[in-house]
Write a protein that binds this ligand. Structure first.
Ligand code: C2E
Ligand code: CA
Ligand code: CA
Ligand code: CA
Length: 287
């Protein structure tokens, strides 16, 4: 298990048997890593469930630590948020994703990739320069604003006026906002009224086990009921939906029956390097 120590030390890395990150001053390490260009962006395809074609990607950050190898975001995003380093780190992910998405569009044409998304934390939305930074990244890369998706979680959105203003401004610029991990918060439904979302991402916790049909009422029925309610709401509000964390063909079948057309998950495609996405796009262009 992972424990956060008093001074922001991470004592045990999740899923590892030893205290890999023990007594490491993560803040200082992250600063150094940023200066050293140790962060990389991988992209997980978002696929059309009907024909398995890539329609978009989500950018996910990785830390290529010189000694520890590849470290996942769960290990350092919380510390990056606490120390404020998420602001420069997020700027890097934003600029890199815009640049890469524009390159894909230039190479494979406007129909190859509808959009590229990235995760934005509350701390970034609070930064008064954030909106200008997004505009700058779009301008410098040449990526059209409607091709960019910013994924935010409910807890980030519910952070008051400043964040709300930023979100409305981004929406006015034509950037699409996605509500991430949808359904896990406490006021997901009322949030949709208060926030200009274009996309809802059904959280993985509702997809896990959704395919199980044993003829008895149970957890799978509850998940299906939530997934059904979310898609009805999305249709009524004219939002796109993406089902997250799809790990089996049975889940694809169930989600399609419920009306989902877009999905993301290990069964469809793993997070991959930009080159991996390029190969996928090349294969799709040839097909
Ligand atoms: P998220 O935004 O919900 O991203 C989806 C996570 O689920 C990713 O984990 C992805 O690799 C994983 N995933 C995708 N398909 C499956 C599946 O079928 N099964 C399972 N078990 N997992 C799947 P990852 O890359 O470790 O990222 C974890 C979280 O870290 C993200 O959750 C997001 O909240 C955060 N994160 C990642 N990159 C960034 C970033 O650049 N900025 C910020 N602020 N947060 C980030
Ligand atoms: Ca996300
Ligand atoms: Ca998510
Ligand atoms: Ca999540």
């Amino acid at each position: 298990a992972k424990q956060q120590g008093k001074a922001g030390f991470v004592r045990y890395a999740e899923g590892m048997g030893e205290p890999v990150l023990a007594h490491m001053q993560l803040g200082g390490e992250l600063r150094r890593a940023l200066d050293n260009d140790e962060f990389r962006v991988v992209y997980q395809p978002i696929m059309r469930l009907g024909d398995n074609r890539l329609v978009g990607v989500e950018a996910l950050v990785r830390w290529h630590h010189p000694a520890r190898g590849v470290v996942g975001p769960a290990e350092f995003i919380p510390a990056a948020e606490r120390t404020g380093l998420i602001v420069p780190l997020g700027r890097f992910v934003l600029r890199e994703t815009c640049r890469q998405a524009a390159a894909w569009l230039a190479e494979f044409g406007p129909d190859a990739l509808r959009e590229a998304g990235l995760n934005v934390s509350a701390r970034q939305l609070h930064d008064p320069d954030f909106v200008a930074e997004v505009a700058g990244a779009l301008a410098d890369s040449g990526l059209p604003c409607e091709r960019l998706v910013l994924e935010v979680t409910e807890s980030a959105v519910l952070r008051g006026q400043q964040v709300s203003r930023a979100l409305y401004e981004l929406d006015r610029m034509g950037i699409r906002l996605a509500l991430d991990d949808f359904g896990t918060g406490e006021s997901s439904l009322s949030l949709l009224r208060a926030f200009p979302a274009a996309i809802v991402k059904l959280d993985k916790s509702f997809v896990d086990g959704i395919e199980i049909d044993d003829g008895h009422p149970g957890a799978a029925d509850a998940r299906q009921a939530v997934a059904r309610a979310v898609i009805q709401l999305a249709h009524a509000l004219k939002l796109d939906t993406v089902a997250e964390g799809i790990e089996s063909p049975e889940q694809v079948a169930t989600l399609r029956e419920l009306g989902y057309t877009l999905g993301q998950g290990y069964h469809l495609a793993q997070p991959m390097t930009a080159d991996g996405v390029s190969r996928l796009l090349a294969r799709q262009a040839a097909a």
